[in-house]
Design a protein around this ligand. Structure first.
Ligand code: HEC
Length: 327
């Protein structure tokens, strides 16, 4: 994704932006408490109202920048608002979900708080139409004075929600035991995954059984010439058109078409494996994409996609049930 330098700045500075609303909301209860004193309660009510208003407005910038940042580092999917948590191991995604909930919860509490403060200020103005400004609050009970006890309670809850949100933000930036462990596990899983960088089994297709003697023109795979190679134990089932057992896999090696004949130009490798749950797992490997064909793969000069990569969704139109034989 290419973003404008301005958006890039907004996104990267999220950890800085958040301190403006946080600072205001952290000091807001002090202004609110001051309004309960009998001296100049209106002034403190007004101060609290503006502090809350600026805090709420600046939090909109912080929330927007957080969303942009999450999308830039691909924790939040492109057009989405929340991270997708596919497994319990995705600690960062789980924390980010909570972080977003706390931010939004705080924002709603903030709206309510601003409304209550505005009402308290309004009430003062009404009262000001009669009586001396210093005496107006004296007849009221303590919790009805100044901003009023409900506004103070909502303000404290607002601070609580954002305090929690900020704590989670700190964990995501600096890490804690759980995130560090998850990161170490991810590195270890990658080390154990022999096909993380290249599809070793697909590249070794010549060790498998060929399903046909000569290449055929495959319209379904970019009009390339292909040969299909299947694991030895599954080749009979494949030729008989039966579904393959879990663990079996097939590779289609390809050559580009030159004037109706297969050429020496090697095309991508197509891979299909029947997983333990009998669902197909796919891969697409094109180690050197010629310049003229890069538009087919979003401008890339190297492509290695594996399930569940969204680029392979188009394969599933034909391969949702596993192998497809219609040549
Ligand atoms: C339009 C339907 C269609 C699409 C899209 C498609 N395939 Fe196929 N695929 C087929 C058919 C039909 C065959 C049988 C050989 C042939 O006719 O090309 C096949 C064969 C294969 C084979 C050999 C094993 C078998 O099923 O016979 C592999 C591996 C394979 N495709 C992988 C892929 C991958 C990976 C993608 C996505 C990048 C993909 N295919 C997209 C229809 C499709």
């Amino acid at each position: 994704m290419t973003a404008s330098p301005f958006l890039e700045f907004i996104a990267r500075e999220h950890p800085a932006f958040v301190h403006v609303p946080l600072g205001l909301v952290a000091t807001l209860p002090l202004a609110m408490l001051a309004s309960f004193r009998s001296r100049s309660p209106e002034r403190w009510t007004r101060t609290a109202f503006f502090m809350a208003l600026v805090g709420l407005a600046s939090s909109a910038v912080a929330i927007f920048s957080g969303l942009m940042w999450g999308r830039q580092i691909a924790l939040i999917p492109g057009g989405g608002f929340f991270p997708v948590v596919a497994s319990g191991k995705q600690v960062l995604q789980r924390i980010l979900q909570l972080h977003e909930m706390a931010a939004l919860g705080g924002f709603l509490l903030g709206c309510l708080c601003v409304f209550l403060l505005w009402r308290a200020w309004h009430k003062d103005n009404q009262a000001a139409l009669g009586g001396s400004p210093h005496r107006r609050h004296e007849g009221r009970r303590l919790w009805e004075r100044g901003v009023g006890a409900p506004a103070l309670a909502v303000g404290l809850m607002w601070l609580g929600a954002w305090g929690f949100c900020g704590k989670l933000g700190g964990i995501m930036v600096f890490g804690n035991e759980e995130t560090n462990k998850a990161a170490a596990e991810a590195v270890e899983a990658k080390r154990l995954d022999a096909e993380a960088e290249v599809p070793v089994r697909a590249l070794d297709y010549a060790s498998l059984e060929p399903a046909e003697a000569v290449p055929f023109l495959s319209k379904a795979h970019g009009n390339r010439w292909g040969r299909i190679w299947v694991t030895a134990s599954a080749i009979d089932a494949y030729k008989a058109g039966k579904p393959l057992e879990s663990g079996a896999y097939a590779v289609m090696s390809t050559y580009e078409d030159h004037g109706g004949k297969p050429s020496e130009d090697v095309g991508p490798l197509y891979f299909l494996e029947i997983a333990a749950d009998r669902k197909p797992k796919l891969a697409f490997y094109w180690p050197r994409v010629p310049e003229a064909q890069r538009a087919e793969v979003g401008g890339k000069d190297f492509v290695y996609w594996r399930s569940p990569d969204p680029h392979l969704a188009s394969c599933l139109v034909c391969h949702a049930q596993g192998i497809a034989q219609s040549k």
